[in-house]
Design a binder for this molecule. Structure first.
Ligand code: ZN
Length: 115
């Protein structure tokens, strides 16, 4: 049995109430203290903006150097934040070469998940 078949078997057997309880358990420790990536907009950076300075976003590979506006040139990323956002739309990464190093956002990194 594949992992996705197991997952379907589990989710099909749960009541709506059990599914909601499961979501609560899964989110209880992950929704605290996360910062939105300035490039892709997902909540990928753990901790406060001071704590995650210069962390690299796993979804778009932008190095969080504190750039705020699209016109800001980022030395570590070698481009402006605006260029990085355009690249993310085009390649799924802040630059084309980094596309193979990125991953899809996790459910708890999607801001809309928290309502
Ligand atoms: Zn990002």
């Amino acid at each position: 049995m594949t992992a996705s078949e197991k997952l379907r078997l589990i989710t099909d057997s749960l009541s709506e109430q059990q599914k909601l309880s499961l979501i609560e358990v899964l989110t209880v420790n992950v929704n605290k203290n996360r910062t939105k990536c300035r490039c892709c907009g997902y909540l990928t950076l753990e901790g406060s903006p001071q704590e995650n300075a210069y962390d690299i976003c796993p979804v778009c590979f932008w190095e969080n150097d504190g750039c705020k506006s699209d016109e800001d040139y980022s030395e570590p990323n070698h481009m402006t934040l605006g260029e990085a956002k355009q690249n993310y739309i085009k390649f799924g990464a802040c630059d084309q070469q980094s596309a193979e190093n990125t991953r899809s956002p996790m459910y708890f990194e999607v801001p809309e998940f928290y309502g």
